[in-house]
Design a protein around this ligand. Sequence first.
Ligand code: MG
Length: 382
Amino acid sequence: MSNVLSVLGSTGSIGTQTLDVARQCGLRVAAITANKSVEKLEEQAREFRPELVVAYDAAAAADLRVRLADAGIQVASGMDGLIEAATLECADTVVTAVMGMIGLQPTLAAIDAKKRIALANKETLVCAGELVMARAAAQGVDIVPVDSEHSAIFQCLQGVHHSEVKRLILTASGGPFFGRTREELRGVTRADALKHPNWTMGAKITIDSATLMNKGLEFIEAMRLYHMPPEKIQIAVHRQSIIHSLVEYCDNAILAQIGTADMRLPIQYALTWPDRTAAAATQLDLFSCPPLTFERPDPETFRCLGIALECARRPGTPCAIMNGANEAAVGLFLRDQIGFMDIPDLVEYALSVVEAEPAETLDAVLRSDAAAREAVYSKASR
Ligand code: MG
């Protein structure tokens, strides 16, 4: 059980909900970080009185230093600041809730500092899963998932031998465009894509949910976290987001974790595991549940999912190339510079021009990521 947290990405959706859990469970917060949300960081710093506050952006950090001059709180910036927050002596758990590939280096640093990782940054495991899991095993560090699906699986797997598991079933809400044809998806706008039916999340993951790339990333995340081959993981579209995922055992028993679409439950479990404590999350009323339905996903219409499932089967850095290209393309889409269906096209383009290499070192992963982003930007600006 955690007592002292370092929250990387404290002003985002998962970060603020983590602080909510910390407030309700009486956990100390030793470090908070964000990119440049200075006002929110200041407000959080004044409430939680951490030792260290990090604004990744240097100008934002300078501003924050002035704002917090009276508080006696250290302010840092950049990747060095993130790594300092991830390795802070007094923290026992690092919540990695930053968005994207930027979470990789702080996560590795936190593992080396033997912190529990409450992992909410799926890009880390997608890009460098083998590297991260091997490092965690070598250091004897627990990586506890925060993502609702992976937390559900983690909860169902407690007290189970790996050999007893037949398959993992990842549920997917299907996003706002489930059931639409490719033709219908072409005219989708940023505002349409940002309306998720069930979950309130940050912009990048909401777009990933609309393209179903999010489920592709989660598929790869599940392979790495649970050491499962792709053929033992199935995706089921479950529109109600009440079942958060399931595990099927060798005797055909299936266990599911069900609850409201409230991220505070998986966040809290990642912090209190192996214990459970009184809830920060909302309660599910079974009698008000709609009928629960399950459908097959369509990786041909939702091409991002198809691409991710292909990359999942390839060794080396294809997953890092795919993820880097997707992050770049989603960024362009959020700035209205490309259309919705350009996202899978650009990811496919990056995979066709960037050469994959073995994913054995951090440098190899970072190289593939950078080359993929570069490929997307140059293609999109043509
Ligand atoms: Mg999820």
